[in-house]
Design a protein around this ligand. Structure first.
Ligand code: NAP
Length: 515
């Protein structure tokens, strides 16, 4: 293709990030994630002139869908879900680069046809393409896809060149340590680790990436980011929605697998890791793994347990009555699945010894919020609180992942008046106010990174195993207990009372996130 024939939106990509000519193959191309997130993300990369000039999207799935129909489906996904409106000029160029191939995920011939299709595209283009496989199917077909990519030779295409094939794998990555290890073995049988991009879309969020900038681009935080100054750290990933139409899936998973093992553990490792020696992906991922490995096994006995689980009962969310978990569609009467999990963790290293890390995640909670609160030790009360019933409030740094992205520092200030009275006040930074609201979606960043071969924001094999190693004994313990010890909380609350007790032991309380 001549440069003069390329659409202006797609030209000069190398000015930005330099992704090579690429074909993204999406397995599960007719699915929910593809329509809502992946196609709109790819389109928005096109709007930002970040797609390679030679770019193709190949949908793959079991349904028989003609190319034209799939292009129409892609267009309407953009229309419905893109953060920016569809630009007809750009679509006229992108649309014809979209193809669909019907095939079974375990059908060898389908992969041979796929390879032929790629060969044809390359012949027309007169150069090789980088292949990026995006596995966006339910996990039961991850294995046949990976194996067929290996056996068909697609996995090892251009393996010794910069155009080596890459594979993105959606969550869930296993359901316990054994299954995660098995999946890693299957992957590494067909691919090298450098080709593998295990996704946790949380890492693609601007505010999650900003954790590293907050910590390491500001000299004032690092000296106090340790056991000398920090009293405790609280990580909250709360949703106000229930299981909705995903009851069948969710009941097999639960809060610990669905949110804690991946998202909250990722937040913990970014907030607690040592400064990496560089921004090289391996340097960052090495530090994340080290901190996960330094977390002590959790106490699970009946007394002084480090974990609490619960499920939501009926209640009011946003003033509206909602059903309890057991009354939701697809939930068996005998379910013992938790919709809320809270953990108390200790990190046994020089920086954090003695500082409790609390994490909680739940559905149907009082509000949707993801945040990390670093609570510093209280100042001595000598000057301003001696002789009163009140302690000074601890300074707290709150990093808000969503919504209302930004950060807040809680300080004590003097209340105006003739007496000296103090009151906690807030210093706010709002992303939207400072930078505007049209920030890229997590999937845009992650797809772009995988096209240019940057796996910093993806989970390495040993990282996912380190996290499962912590979580699996809890899952096994809960399985043994069945329904016994499963607490209840009212929908619209902040969780059950025992999760408050988890903090009282150390004289702490959960924050009530109010921004
Ligand atoms: N949806 C989300 O918001 C979201 C968020 C984060 C992560 N994820 C992860 O992303 C992946 C895809 O999610 P999704 O919601 O898009 O899934 P989905 O809509 O249920 O399935 C995607 C596609 O996979 C094929 N498929 C479905 N069930 C299958 C089965 N039992 N055996 C073989 N193929 C099957 C179907 O395509 P064909 O029938 O055409 O083959 C379907 O269109 C999952 O691993 C999910 O955990 C999803």
């Amino acid at each position: 293709m001549e440069d003069s024939q390329r659409h202006p939106f797609l030209r000069n990509l190398s000015k930005h990030r330099g992704a090579p000519s690429t074909a993204i193959v999406i397995f599960g191309a007719s699915g929910d994630l593809t329509s809502r997130k992946l196609i709109p993300a790819i389109y928005n990369l096109g709007v930002d002139n970040l797609l390679p000039a030679d770019f193709f999207l190949l949908g793959f799935g079991r349904k028989d869908i003609p190319n034209d129909e799939y292009r129409e489906h892609a267009r309407s996904s953009i229309d419905t879900f893109s953060r920016r409106p569809l630009n007809p000029g750009l679509w006229d160029h992108l649309g014809p680069q979209v193809y669909y191939q019907q095939g079974g995920y375990d059908e060898k011939e389908a992969y041979i046809s796929l390879a032929q299709h790629v060969d044809e595209l390359e012949k027309k283009l007169g150069r090789d393409l980088q292949l990026l496989f995006y596995i966006s199917t339910p996990p039961q077909v991850f294995e046949p896809i990976l194996e067929n990519l290996g056996q068909s030779g697609l996995a090892k295409r251009n393996v010794d060149t910069p155009l080596f094939t890459k594979v993105i794998i959606e969550k869930p990555f296993g359901k316990d340590l054994n299954t995660a290890q098995h999946l890693n073995q299957v992957i590494l049988h067909q691919f090298e680790e450098k080709q593998v991009y295990r996704i946790d879309h949380y890492l693609g969020k601007e505010t999650v990436q900003d954790l590293l900038v907050h910590r390491f681009a500001n000299a004032i935080f690092e000296p106090i980011w340790n056991r000398e100054y920090v009293d405790c750290i609280q990580i909250t990933v709360a949703e106000d929605i229930g299981v909705g139409s995903r009851g069948g899936y969710y009941d097999q998973s639960g809060a610990l697998r669905d949110m804690v093992q991946n998202h909250t553990m990722q937040l913990l490792s970014l907030i607690a890791m040592e400064p990496p020696v560089s921004l090289d992906p391996e340097a960052i991922r090495d530090e994340k793994v080290k901190v996960l490995k330094a977390i002590q096994p959790l106490k699970l006995g009946a007394k002084d347990s480090d974990v609490v689980r619960a499920r939501y009962d009926k209640g009011l969310v946003g003033g509206n009555p909602v059903l309890g978990y057991l009354d939701e569609d697809g939930i068996p009467d005998a379910s013992a699945t938790e919709t809320y999990a809270a953990l108390r963790l200790s990190i046994n290293n020089w920086r954090w010894k003695g500082v409790p890390f609390y994490m909680r995640s739940g559905k149907r909670m009082a509000r949707r919020v993801s945040e990390i609160a670093i609570q510093f030790k209280r100042p001595p009360g000598i000057l301003f609180s001696e002789g009163t019933r009140f302690d000074l409030a601890p300074n707290t740094m709150v990093l808000r992942i969503q919504p209302d992205e930004g950060s807040t520092l809680l300080l004590n200030a003097k209340v105006p008046g003739l007496e000296t009275r103090t009151q906690p006040v807030k210093m706010h930074f709002h992303y939207e106010t400072t930078f505007g609201s049209n920030t890229p979606e997590a999937y845009e960043r992650l797809i772009l990174d995988s096209m240019v071969g940057d796996n910093t924001l993806f989970i390495r094999g040993d990282e996912t195993e380190a996290s499962w190693k912590l979580v699996t004994p809890i899952l096994d313990h809960w399985k043994e207990l069945g329904i016994h010890g499963l607490e209840q909380y009212s929908s619209g609350s902040w969780g059950p009372l025992p999760s408050e007790r988890l903090l009282w032991k150390n004289g702490h309380e959960w924050r009530r996130p109010g921004f």
